[in-house]
Design a protein. Structure first.
Length: 85
């Protein structure tokens, strides 16, 4: 593992260039990192990192629940569903 001195794309690209053995780059969806990885390691597979996958999945789940609340309330005849803390 390495801690780079900054988040500049040139720094990321330079570091990746010195590690041609890397076959998979896990990153967020920020375009700059993808471009740096593609230039430095054109053979590497780029994948979404775990945190962003879970963040996106949970946001999609909560959005689906919010959209379904009106039909759920209508089906059970309630205008308010008490939360259990």
């Amino acid at each position: 593992m390495a801690l780079l001195p900054d988040r500049e794309m040139a720094t990321v690209e330079a570091w990746l260039t010195t590690h041609p053995e890397i076959d998979v780059v896990s990153r967020d969806r920020g375009g700059g990192y993808g471009e740096a990885a593609a230039r430095a390691l054109p053979h590497a597979l780029q994948v979404a990192d775990r945190w962003h996958l879970f963040e996106n999945a949970s946001a999609a789940f909560l959005g689906a629940v919010r959209k379904s609340m009106h039909p759920i309330r209508a089906a059970i005849g309630a205008t308010i569903i008490n939360r259990i803390c």
